[in-house]
Design a protein. Structure first.
Ligand SMILES: Nc1ncnc2c1ncn2[C@@H]1O[C@H](COP(=O)(O)OP(=O)(O)OP(=O)(O)O)[C@@H](O)[C@H]1O
Ligand SMILES: [Mg+2]
Length: 280
């Protein structure tokens, strides 16, 4: 669905995207992660034909995003990082305006307003919307073309947990119905929950591309955490220590064992370890 080879983008002296390559299969949720300024939004803008690359090859659904932009936007949906709704228009006017731009049947507008519980807000001006409602509307607009590929640039940024979960639910549903998803997010739990594969990009370069399970396992701490009762007490044992088996056996026999779990690395720890970001 997406094929990227040697993609590079310069802004003057600054190398925002530095010779990256990856491909995305049909039906995947592809998490594109990285610290602030890593080059995520720049990559999305290139893949959706908003800006031109400096170098490299890009094919999205077989289209060149620059020369085939109009056709590309019939099969992709975009939820940009910065909300670009028309604040003085109503929700429905925003959707209809967009539908006209891409020859989309107006019935689809009503269908989506209904589906995303926006019916009662349809004739309200967007400037009166909360952040969460605006984001729901932005996602609705992205879904107007019934996209084969949906690009989401931090779709849950700043949202309350309920709205964020609602949006994650829609992303899963759209994916289940066949759409491929390109997702950026700073919420590592969200990336872990949704993504089939993730890329971590830093200073314009891809530093890793794998599925979240493999990444977490690669940074596994190899520790068993045991909780004892009477009195409550926590102990940790290393999996590589030959004595661990005997010690656990003793604790089992003592009848004090309450719970036992292996301590796994989280995707957040993987991210921090690999990007080594320090706040300056
Ligand atoms: N129009 C532009 N002109 C000059 N520099 C730009 C422009 N757009 C982005 N940059 C720079 O390119 C780099 C990559 O920016 P980009 O917006 O792609 O990062 P990002 O990974 O999306 O970050 P964030 O997580 O903060 O959204 C940054 O250093 C940014 O300042
Ligand atoms: Mg960004």
């Amino acid at each position: 669905m997406i094929e990227v080879k040697g993609l590079t983008k310069r802004y003057g002296e600054l190398l925002a995207v530095d010779n990256i390559s990856f491909s995305i299969e049909k039906g995947e949720i592809f998490g594109f992660l990285g610290p602030n300024g890593a080059g995520k939004t720049t990559t999305i803008k290139i893949l959706t034909g908003e800006i031109e690359p400096t170098d490299g090859e890009v094919k999205v659904f077989g289209f060149n995003p620059v020369s085939d932009r109009k056709n590309l936007h019939k099969v992709i949906g975009v939820v940009p990082e910065i909300q670009n709704l028309y604040e003085r228009m109503t929700a429905k006017e925003n959707l209809t305006f967009f539908a006209n731009l891409y020859d989309i049947n107006h019935k689809r507008v009503d269908e989506l307003l209904e589906q995303f519980d926006l019916r009662e807000w349809a004739n309200e001006k967007v400037k009166n919307f909360s952040l969460g409602m605006k984001q729901r509307l932005l996602l609705t607009r992205g879904l107007l073309p019934k996209p084969d590929i949906l690009f989401l640039d931090e779709p849950t940024k700043g949202l309350d947990p309920y709205t964020a979960r609602y949006i994650r639910g829609i992303i899963k549903e759209v994916n289940k119905n066949g759409a491929t998803i390109f997702l950026t997010t700073h919420y590592m739990e969200e990336a872990d929950e949704l993504s089939d594969r993730v890329v971590i990009i830093d200073k314009g370069k891809i530093i890793v591309c794998d599925n979240p399970e493999n990444l977490k396992r690669s940074q596994d701490k190899g520790i068993i955490k045991i909780t004892l009762k009477d009195p409550i007490e926590e102990r940790q044992f290393s999996l590589s220590d030959k004595q661990t088996g005997n010690r656990i056996k003793e604790l089992l026999q003592s009848g004090r064992l309450l719970s036992m779990e292996t301590e796994k690395a989280t995707l957040e720890e993987v991210f921090i370890n690999l990007t080594g970001k320090k706040l300056t």
